[in-house]
Every structure is written in structure tokens, then in C-alpha cells.
Ligand binder design. Structure first.
Ligand code: ADP
Ligand code: MG
Length: 698
């Protein structure tokens, strides 16, 4: 029977498969590797690899691959079959421990930001035993980290794993001080809510902009958009429901905890949320989810758009990174507790996050920086580019009273002292209905909402884990030397609130007045990718990332270059695509439209002299005028690109140039083209229009 429970995890080499298929001792050693990072010796690795291969082959797999996450933001795989020739001309199937543990993809073409000179082109992939192997498309996929021969991280996963170690180290120091001897490790947990659009594949195939850039570069607003809010949580169309079902089944097989699905605000927009899990697994799973969404949509005659802003005028797509910290004993450290002791601990961790977000606003902003996401942040639909935190009035009031040393609540008579009094219980659902905050406390976790829909969640969580690790490190340094623990703890919390309360904002993040208020508070407002990237390489941030051994200085510089390079290249592709569309399709179509009008006008004049030809005459004038203007804008865009060819720019200057000159020229061109679309014969417009695309899936 194909029930969910039977299907779930069937394509995953998970714990129950390991237990069933590995000799007891091998299983025990592998567990130690997974849980404690202990080295797996070759003999054991051989046994594990062989068991994996047998299991995969029984399930129809023919190949294996080291599945990794290079700096492109998507996943990479190179398949090798299991076959090994024998002396008598046949083959046997083999998979060795060495092949499991390490691979050498010829990886010279992945972005490395100059880390890997071409003469040492090979990077290597190393098994990440903390994330289960799985079967996808008849291929056994081994989750791996990807490094250069010098050991520099060339991927998104390596620094994420390092950041999890960093926060583990510091959080355990703190927890020891609170005296819970059973807690030996902590892990951060994440549940990423994923937004996406679905459009009809036949229509998509007719739009070069969607094909080359993932977003529409032209297109006038349809008569109806999202103004009626009738799509949000609306009934799911049967075609979309069939896609969702297929997607869920596939995700469940891969052990992804797909849980919630619904229609989103914009027409054709939807969301999927899994149940949260350990951060590095959540990262792998989110990559798989995005990949499967795109693949499965095609099977259903649709295309899944993961771009942050596929359509102007309706909401773009983001990703909400729900984040918390949990201990090996299953305790959520961001869950307010029942006893004064637990509450003091909760407040300390809460303060660690507040301090981290305030101190490293820039790194959080950088972690979501991309050309696509720049369209959302600050565009009145997503959280603004200013990083601030929402705590809800109740929790903010509590922090206020701690700061002022006042009592909280009517019942409490004595002065508030951490570790002495009990936090009032606040119902979870009163803590968050503010959807405009970039970083909201939602009862027992934080929800970071600035991520773009196509982002890997690795970078954000790497920054967040490391920033919080730094707060905890500073706290632990103070508390470990305290003579009176409770007193010192109280002062530490009070002091942190005083210093960092400027980051707390419970109001409307979309409001213009917030921009001014934030400026007064000294918060950063880094609107675009080129605006925020320089902060990556400032002293404070290099210190943070290197001291916690998350990135080396070389790796930071490489990442800085890669992101800027990707930004400029993305804008370049968009600009070139616009020129291509304008010159080869749109201008000819608009011109043909004036010919059609002119032919009609002449015919009318000949057939019935003196008849009213005002429509044709005025339209010819109007459209010809607009066409002329569009032609000039096309040339303008072309010139802005040409100017780049003749000058030397460093990566930052280049990105800035794209952001100002090229981006402006693109906008100018689009405005005229869309204006013509609005007045012309629908049949002559060369592409499916916004109405078709947004309402085309029926
Ligand atoms: P929303 O109101 O935003 O829809 P939900 O309660 O549905 O909130 O949760 C959204 C996401 O948060 C889900 O993916 C859920 O699994 C995740 N989540 C819940 N608890 C935690 C936690 N402790 N750590 C990380 N993510 C969590
Ligand atoms: Mg949410």
C-alpha cells in the first residue's frame, strides 16, 4: 500500500537502513563518526560503502555521485557508474570506502573567486556523514563538502558546518554554567518556508526573458493582479494540486518533511513549508525541494519560477528561515521555560540573538544579497533592506522593565531580578502577526524573512550561527569569571538590552517613517548588493568569521568577489536579453502595428473619403512617437553596456556601474515598451502577456 508512512524515507540510507544492513560494530563506529565527527577508518568505510551500494542497486541505482553545493547556489553532481570490468569480459558492481569518503570532480569551472588557479584546477569533495545519502534518478547521492587542495572551502556547506561547530562550542560553555550536566551539544534547527510561482510551460517557452533570466523584463500590468487578495490561501487548482501531490510524494521518499502547502498572495504563487530539522540537513533538503519543484512542474506542463521577482507589480517570492537552537536533550533554547532558572537561560539566549543581529546587521544583509533579491528588499512587499527585530509588545515590555530595573506586571511586587522571578507566560500566537519585520520572534524561534526564494539557506545560517556564537562567547567569558553568577547574569542581560535595544522595532517595517527612524538609531540601510558587499571585507566581520574558524580571510575575499561577479553577470545577461527582445521582436512588432494602422487608414480614406479616421491617425502618431522613443532607449542601453568594454573596473566598481547606469537604462526601456503594449493590438504583441502568464494555469 502506498501510504505516506510506507513511502517516507524509502530512498534514503537512513538510520534504520544502516541498522538493518551494517554489522553491529560498523554501525556503532559510523554513529560515532556522524555524532562526534570521529574519523572513519578505511576498513569500516569499505563496509559502509558496500552496504550502501547493495542497497542502492536493489533500488535500481546504476550510478553514484558526490552531491555538493558550489558557490553557484545550486547543487552539482557528476555521475559514475558502479561498474568495474572483470578479466573475463564481464562487469561487477563496486563502490569502495575511498570513493565514498573522497571524490575529485574536475571542478575547474565552478566559481572560486580566484581561490583555485587553473593549474591546480581540481577541487575535492569530502563526505558529510551527518547528512544521509539518498537515491535520486537511479543515482546514489552522497552529500559532500567541496574544497580546494589547499583546504579552502569552495562551497556553501563547509562554512555552514563550521558555523554549527562554532555555536555548539560557545553554547555548551554557557549551558555548563547553568549546570545541566546532560547537555553535551547543541545544534541549530531550521524550517525554511519556500515560495514559488507556477506558469504554463507553453507560454513560458515563448518568453526569452523567462528562459534566460527567470524573470519578465517586459510586460504591462494585467487588468487584475493581487488587489482582491483572492489567491492567498485560496482553493488550489486541480492542476496545481496534482503537482503538489507529486512533489510531496517525491520529497517524502527522500525523507524531506514536506508539511504545509498553500496559495500565496500573488496569482500563480504558492508556498511549501517543511517541518524543521537540523540546519545542515534543512539546507540539503531545501536544495532538493527547489530542484524537485522545477523538475516535477515540467512533468505537469508547468514551469516553476524560483526567481525573487518574476513579475513587476505583484509580490515577489522569498524564503522564511525559521531558526532556533536545540540541545542534545531535546530542549529548545528559545522556548521560555517554567522555572526562574529556565527563564534566565532563555533571556540570555534571547539577548545573544538580539546582540548578534545588531552587531552583524551587515552580514545578515549580505547573506541574502543577490540581483534578484534586490527587487524585493525595500520594495514594500518584503521586509525592507534595514535589518531590525520584532519581539512583540509583551516580550519588549519585559525587556524594558529589566532595562529600567522595574517590576513587570501588576502582580509582581518586588523588583525584577533574573533568576528570581518567573517570566509571565505569553501565548505564542500573540507574539507575531507582524509580517513586515525582517527578523521576528515567533514564540520559540526566530523567523528571518529577508531571504530570496532562490537563495541557498546555507549562507544566512552560517552568518546567524556565527554571530550568535560570538555573543555567547562574550557572555561566557564574563559569566565564567563571575563571583556571583545571578548578579552578573542580571547585569549582563540588562547591559545587553541597553546597548542593543535600537535593533528592536515592533512597528510597520514598510512605513517610510521607519526609514528615518532607523537612520536616527544608526541602523544600516543597505539597499542593494553593491551597497552591502563592501561590509563583507571590513575588519569587524573578518575578525568574527576568522576567529570562529568559519571562513579564512582568503575565503572571505573569494566570496566577496564571487557575489559581486555574479551580480554583474546577472545584470549583463538581463540587459543583453532585453536588447535582443527589443531589437528582434518588440520594435518590429510595434512597427508592424503602425503599418497595419496605416494600411487601414489609407484603405478607409480611399473607400470612403471624409470618414472619421481619428483612431487610426492618433494611434499612428502615438505609437510611432513611442516607438521612436523606445528605439532611443534601446540605443541608450546598448551604449551603457559598450561603455563597460572600454574601461577597466574592479569588481565593486563594475557592480555599481551595473546597478546605476545599466539598471536605469533597462528600466527606461521597459517603461516605453510596456506603454506601447498597453495601447496596441493584442494579437500583434509577440509574447504571452502578464494576464496569460499569471492566470494561464487553469
Ligand atoms: P508560520 O506562522 O510562519 O506559518 P509555523 O508554526 O507554521 O509558522 O512554522 C513555520 C516553520 O517554522 C515550519 O517550517 C516549522 O517547522 C518551523 N519551526 C517550528 N519550530 C521550529 C524550531 N524550533 N526551529 C526551527 N524551525 C521551527
Ligand atoms: Mg512564516
Amino acid at each position: 500500500m502506498n501510504t505516506i508512512t510506507n513511502v517516507f524515507g524509502t530512498d534514503v540510507f537512513n538510520d534504520s537502513v544502516m541498522k538493518a544492513r551494517l554489522p553491529k560494530e560498523t554501525y556503532r563506529q559510523l554513529q560515532r563518526t556522524m555524532k562526534e565527527g570521529k574519523h572513519l577508518d578505511n576498513a569500516v568505510a569499505n563496509v559502509v560503502a558496500n552496504a550502501m551500494k547493495d542497497w542502492a542497486v536493489e533500488k535500481g541505482a546504476t550510478h553514484f555521485t558526490h552531491w555538493f553545493q558550489p558557490m553557484t547556489g545550486i547543487t552539482a553532481e557528476k555521475h559514475d557508474s558502479f561498474i568495474t570490468p572483470t578479466n573475463d569480459g564481464r562487469v561487477i558492481l563496486e563502490f569502495s570506502g575511498k570513493e565514498l569518503i573522497q571524490g575529485e570532480p574536475d571542478a575547474s569551472s565552478f566559481p572560486s573567486g580566484g581561490l583555485r588557479a587553473t593549474f591546480e584546477a581540481r577541487g575535492y569533495t569530502a563526505w558529510d556523514p551527518t547528512s544521509y545519502a539518498f537515491i535520486k534518478d537511479k543515482t546514489l547521492c552522497i552529500p559532500t563538502a567541496f574544497c580546494s587542495y589547499g583546504g579552502e572551502a569552495l562551497d556553501k556547506k563547509t562554512p555552514l558546518l563550521r558555523s554549527m561547530e562554532a555555536i555548539n562550542r560557545q553554547a555548551v560553555r554557557i549551558l555548563k554554567l547553568f549546570g545541566d550536566q546532560n547537555i553535551t551539544s547543541v545544534k541549530t534547527t531550521v524550517g525554511p518556508e519556500q515560495e514559488y510561482f507556477l506558469v504554463d510551460k507553453d507560454l513560458y517557452d515563448k518568453r526569452p526573458d523567462l528562459i534566460y533570466t527567470g524573470r519578465t523584463l517586459f510586460g504591462a500590468k494585467p487588468p487584475k493582479g493581487q488587489e482582491l487578495d483572492d489567491h492567498y490561501f485560496g482553493t488550489i487548482k486541480s492542476k496545481v494540486a496534482a503537482f503538489m501531490d507529486d512533489l510531496n510524494q517525491s520529497l517524502w521518499k527522500l525523507g524531506v518533511l514536506a508539511k504545509t502547502e498553500h496559495n500565496e498572495v500573488a496569482p500563480a504563487q504558492h508556498e511549501l513549508a517543511p517541518i524543521f530539522t537540523t540546519t545542515n540537513i534543512a539546507t540539503d533538503h531545501n536544495q532538493l525541494t527547489m530542484e524537485l519543484m522545477q523538475r516535477i512542474a515540467k512533468k505537469h506542463g508547468m514551469i516553476c519560477l524560483l526567481h525573487e521577482k518574476p513579475f513587476a507589480g505583484v509580490n515577489g517570492s522569498g524564503k522564511h528561515n525559521n531558526w532556533s537552537i536545540s540541545t542534545n536533550t531535546g530542549k529548545n533554547l528559545l522556548e521560555p521555560g517554567d522555572t526562574p532558572h529556565e527563564n534566565a537561560q532563555f533571556l540570555l539566549f534571547l539577548c545573544a540573538v538580539i546582540k548578534a543581529v545588531d552587531d552583524y546587521q551587515d552580514l545578515l544583509r549580505i547573506s541574502v544579497a543577490s540581483a534578484g533579491n534586490d527587487h524585493r528588499l525595500g520594495a514594500n512587499e518584503a521586509p525592507p533592506a534595514i535589518v531590525s527585530m520584532f519581539l512583540g509588545t509583551e516580550l519588549t515590555d519585559i525587556l524594558d522593565s529589566i532595562e529600567k530595573g522595574e517590576q513587570y506586571g501588576t502582580k509582581e511586587k518586588e523588583l525584577w531580578k533574573v533568576g528570581v522571578h518567573i517570566l509571565p507566560r505569553f501565548p505564542k500566537d500573540t507574539t507575531d502577526r507582524n509580517r513586515t519585520s525582517p527578523f521576528a520572534f515567533t514564540g520559540n524561534k526566530f523567523e528571518f524573512r529577508m531571504l530570496g526564494s532562490s537563495d541557498s539557506i546555507a549562507c544566512t545560517n552560517m552568518m546567524l550561527n556565527t554571530a550568535v556564537a560570538e555573543s555567547l562567547r562574550q557572555f561566557a567569558d564574563v559569566l565564567e569569571n563571575a563571583t556571583d553568577f545571578n548578579e552578573t547574569l542580571h547585569d549582563l542581560i540588562q547591559d545587553t538590552i541597553k546597548k542593543h535595544k535600537r535593533i528592536i522595532f515592533n512597528g510597520n517595517g514598510y512605513d517610510e517613517s521607519w526609514v528615518q527612524e532607523a537612520e536616527k538609531r544608526g541602523l544600516l540601510n543597505l539597499k542593494t548588493t553593491p551597497d552591502c558587499l563592501p561590509y563583507y571585507i571590513n575588519e569587524k566581520n573578518i575578525k568574527l568569521l576568522t576567529e570562529h574558524k568559519v571562513l579564512t580571510e582568503t575565503e572571505i575575499h573569494a566570496r566577496y568577489e564571487i557575489i559581486l561577479d555574479n551580480y554583474s553577470k546577472t545584470l549583463n545577461i538581463e540587459a543583453v536579453t532585453m536588447l535582443d527582445m527589443a531589437k528582434k521582436d518588440l520594435l518590429p512588432a510595434f512597427s508592424a502595428y503602425t503599418k497595419q494602422l496605416s494600411d487601414t487608414l489609407l484603405a478607409k480614406k480611399e473607400a470612403a473619403p471624409g470618414v472619421d479616421c481619428s483612431y487610426e491617425e492618433e494611434q499612428i502618431k502615438k505609437v510611432s512617437g513611442l516607438c521612436g522613443s523606445m528605439y532611443q532607449k534601446t540605443k541608450g542601453l546598448e551604449e551603457s553596456l559598450m561603455a563597460l568594454v572600454h574601461r577597466e573596473y574592479d569588481e565593486l566598481e563594475k557592480a555599481k556601474y551595473y546597478r546605476t547606469e545599466v539598471f536605469q537604462a533597462m528600466n527606461d526601456l521597459r517603461i516605453v515598451a510596456d506603454e506601447i503594449e498597453n495601447v496596441m493590438d493584442r494579437k500583434l504583441y509577440p509574447y504571452p502577456n502578464y494576464g496569460d502568464l499569471l492566470f494561464g494555469v487553469r
